[in-house]
Ligand binder design. Structure first.
Ligand code: F6P
Length: 357
């Protein structure tokens, strides 16, 4: 008997179901004696023993379905070694559930925080295989994560829609894009949507440069300006603050998010009306785009082969279009940032896109 545990952890994204379907189809096409234990709501299910035994049938027909059939939740890594409100040792509880069910391995789908805990479980002796999911595409060791392209599509669609209304008004439009501490989604959606200014966490912005872009466009007869700003974008001044000082500033910030702060700064310096659009969680919603369906299927299929070969302790990923496996200890806790000197940024600059610097 082959007993596989499976869980999805952290913020959801498109193609989680497609990836799990890939794992199950891959394994079940080679073995008949498979039991699949789906843990509910991420690590919570593993900690508290909330699981369902699923048949391979339950993984059919879910290729195109958004969200996750298992449910998910955020269980911060830094609290994993802290007992819960009833004094329960979460790590011991996870190990207990795993051993009680006599699992051969557990497949974990998640982003950065999830990978730190997955690596901790590996260190504790569990057989772990992980799949790279997150709209942010910020997992170190892989060129791509599933969810990213779908989120880029949605953010691009938002900018496209703003474009038509922007051309009717002499306004500045700010579209705030998700991505946590990195700017991959904003960079791609900004270029795809034809934004005039793209602001990323990796390139601190100078408000005076942004104002200059708006004014120059006005002088050139282009009455509107579209700014794609990453939710984690940061000004030149704030980038000089110590980490702790910046965190305090964010806690005390009177604006709901960076787009609102930016809008205020632009209003103070220009005669332009400014409008803000925050697509928020729509970027994680709906059906996965075809790219993500294919990529997640590839990752799932590759995971099934590792399971069959009993090769554990890896994250699956992609390098230059090839499926790769990376040791979990090399991946956990590392972020993949946008390289400010990368070709894409250079090319965007060549066609006049400003990065506010
Ligand atoms: O990590 C994915 C992500 O969507 C980030 O882009 C965003 O900052 C965060 O999750 C939002 O998290 P939550 O769904 O917990 O509000």
């Amino acid at each position: 008997m082959l007993r596989i545990g499976m869980l999805t952890s952290g913020g959801d994204c498109q193609a989680l179901n497609a990836a799990m379907r890939g794992v199950v189809k891959g394994v079940c096409s080679k073995r008949d004696d498979v039991e699949i234990y789906g843990f509910q709501d991420g690590y919570k299910g593993l900690i508290y023993g909330n699981f369902e035994m699923l048949s391979s049938k339950e993984f059919s027909g879910i290729l195109t379905r958004g969200g996750t059939i298992l449910g998910t939740s955020r269980q911060p890594f830094k609290l994993m070694r802290v007992p819960d409100e009833n004094g329960l040792d979460k790590v011991e509880a996870m190990k207990h559930t795993y051993h009680k069910l006599c699992l051969d391995c557990i497949v974990i789908l998640g982003g950065n925080g999830t990978h730190k805990t997955a690596n901790l479980l590996r260190e504790e002796g569990l057989n772990v295989i992980t799949l790279p999911k997150t709209i942010d595409n910020d997992l170190w060791g892989t060129d791509m994560t599933f969810g990213f392209q779908s989120a880029v599509d949605i953010a691009t669609d938002t900018i496209d829609r703003i474009h038509t209304t922007a051309t009717s008004h002499s306004r500045v439009f700010i579209v705030e894009v998700m991505g946590h501490k990195v700017g991959h989604v904003t960079l791609h959606a900004g270029i795809a949507g034809g934004a005039d200014v793209i602001l990323l966490p990796e390139i601190p912005y100078d408000i005076e440069v942004i104002v200059e872009v708006i004014q120059k466009r006005s002088e050139a007869g282009k009455a509107f300006t579209i700014i794609a700003v990453a939710e984690g974008a940061i000004s030149k001044e704030d980038a000089k603050l110590k980490k702790k000082e910046y965190k305090e500033k964010l806690v005390n910030r009177t604006y709901p998010s960076i787009a609102y702060e930016l809008a205020e700064q632009i209003r103070e310096r220009t005669d332009k009306e400014v409008r803000i659009t925050v697509p928020g969680h729509t970027q994680r919603g709906g059906s996965p785009c075809p790219y993500d369906r294919v990529f997640a299927t590839r990752m799932g299929a590759a995971a099934s082969q590792l399971i069959l070969k009993k090769e554990y302790g890896y994250m699956l990923g992609d390098k230059n279009g090839n499926t790769i496996k990376m040791p979990l200890q090399d991946v956990a806790g590392k972020l993949k940032y946008v390289d400010p000197d990368c070709g894409l940024i250079k090319e965007a600059k060549m066609i006049g896109i400003s990065f506010g610097c």
